[in-house]
Ligand binder design. Structure first.
Ligand code: NAD
Length: 361
């Protein structure tokens, strides 16, 4: 595989912000973009909202939730006035609140399309969490709605804004590892019983949608290529009530245009879990373990630690989008990035179902 800088430029996120005109950065710091968080579940309240204080150009200005009790609790905790707290029933009023420029949708995947389309129609830019939506058609509808409303859409792929992942991309694509010979990524954990993540109607699928997507997305951003063919196998343990509706372990193989063949997996019954990737090139082997954690990502090159300055990936992700809004530029992880993953995931499911390779357009 050869390095082609014209290919999908995942570094754009970090770099675009780094090289932006000083005037624009100053403007953002003086008047940060106002964000409303929609959905006050675990990820929103443990990761996103607490890390907003590290943002330079993004500010938490409003909360939207289906639970009034959460609006009071988190509204009081983060100093959000009652005028800026909305329920799903009252959220149409955000249209008349100029403080809110972005709505960050952090609910179950099945609800991402509805909230994204609604927020765009209310005149707001939208960031939606991964996986973008259960189906390709829903992803496309989200993209179309934002385009029609002339609003930007970002998918919350935080790893595209995280320094270890950016360093790994550079190592793979710059030729530092020589000719890339193989690539593999595994992400999985041991899921509890009775969660929405194992219900197809809410999650769109099982481990592949929620955690295997990290393996898939990493193989795409590391290689900078789009797979032209997939093959996959699903394994479900017998008599386990977690895997009645959706899958446990998915093992998949991607074939890229350069001829590179990469392996990935996702799983919901892995104990201990896995969060890693490995790239073998003619000049060296790069490993990331953990690769896409909330903190403590660790890279080695031929067994030696690679020194990488840690950064706050959530602040970087949100500030990048705020910067895009002010500079009218497309985010590094737009709707099309989320759509691509969902298209490939659907092909992975199809391959596992029919037991054959599936070609991708
Ligand atoms: P969670 O179960 O902790 O929270 C889900 C939230 O959605 C809750 O507030 C719940 O009340 C709300 N909700 C559930 N059903 C709803 C419905 N029908 N309508 C409206 N709201 C509804 O889950 P979570 O871990 O916070 O995950 C939320 C989203 O964030 C998912 O898309 C998940 O994949 C994503 N996520 C991303 C990361 C990441 O690292 N990028 C990490 C965790 C979760």
């Amino acid at each position: 595989m050869s390095y082609d800088p014209s290919r999908r430029e995942v570094l754009a996120g970090a770099l675009a912000t780094a090289i932006s005109p000083i005037g624009l950065l100053k403007e953002l710091e003086e008047k940060p973009v106002g964000w409303a968080i929609l959905g006050l579940g675990g990820y929103a309240t443990n990761q996103i909202i607490p890390n907003m204080k590290f943002c330079k150009g993004s500010k938490l200005v409003a909360l939207i939730s289906g639970h009034s009790e959460k609006l009071v609790r988190f509204g009081d905790q983060y100093g959000i006035p009652e005028t800026h707290r909305y329920t799903y029933d009252s959220m149409d009023a955000i249209k008349n609140n100029p403080d809110i420029e972005v709505v960050y949708v952090i609910t179950t995947p099945s609800t991402h399309p509805g909230f994204t389309i609604r927020a765009a129609q209310l005149g707001k830019h939208v960031c939606s969490e991964k996986p973008m939506a259960p189906t390709v058609a829903e992803c496309q509808a989200m993209i179309d709605a934002c385009k029609k409303a002339k609003k930007l859409l970002q998918i919350g792929y935080r790893c595209h804004y995280e320094n270890h992942n950016l360093r790994a991309i550079k190592a793979v694509r710059s030729g530092e590892l020589g000719k890339i010979q193989s690539m593999r990524s595994d992400h999985g954990f041991n899921i509890g019983h009775g969660q929405w993540r194992t219900q197809k109607a809410l999650a769109g699928g099982g481990s592949m949608m929620d955690i295997g997507i990290y393996s898939l997305n990493a193989l795409r951003y590391l290689s900078g290529e789009e797979p032209i063919e997939v093959s996959a196998k699903i394994t479900n343990p017998p008599n386990d009530d977690r895997f009645v509706d959706t899958e446990d372990t998915v093992e998949f193989t991607l074939t890229f245009p350069s001829g590179l063949v990469a392996q990935g997996a996702g799983g919901y019954s892995w104990s201990p879990g896995k969060n890693q990737f490995e790239v073998i090139g003619s000049k060296g082997k790069l490993t990331a373990n953990p690769a896409t954690a909330y903190e403590g990502d660790h890279l080695t090159l031929d067994g030696h630690d690679l020194s990488v300055e840690p950064n706050n990936q959530w602040a970087a992700q949100m500030d990048h989008f705020s910067h895009c809004i002010r500079s009218h530029s497309k985010p590094a992880t737009p709707g099309e990035e989320g759509l691509r993953d969902i298209k490939i995931i659907q092909a992975i499911y199809e391959s596992a179902r029919i037991g054959k390779r599936v070609k991708l357009a």
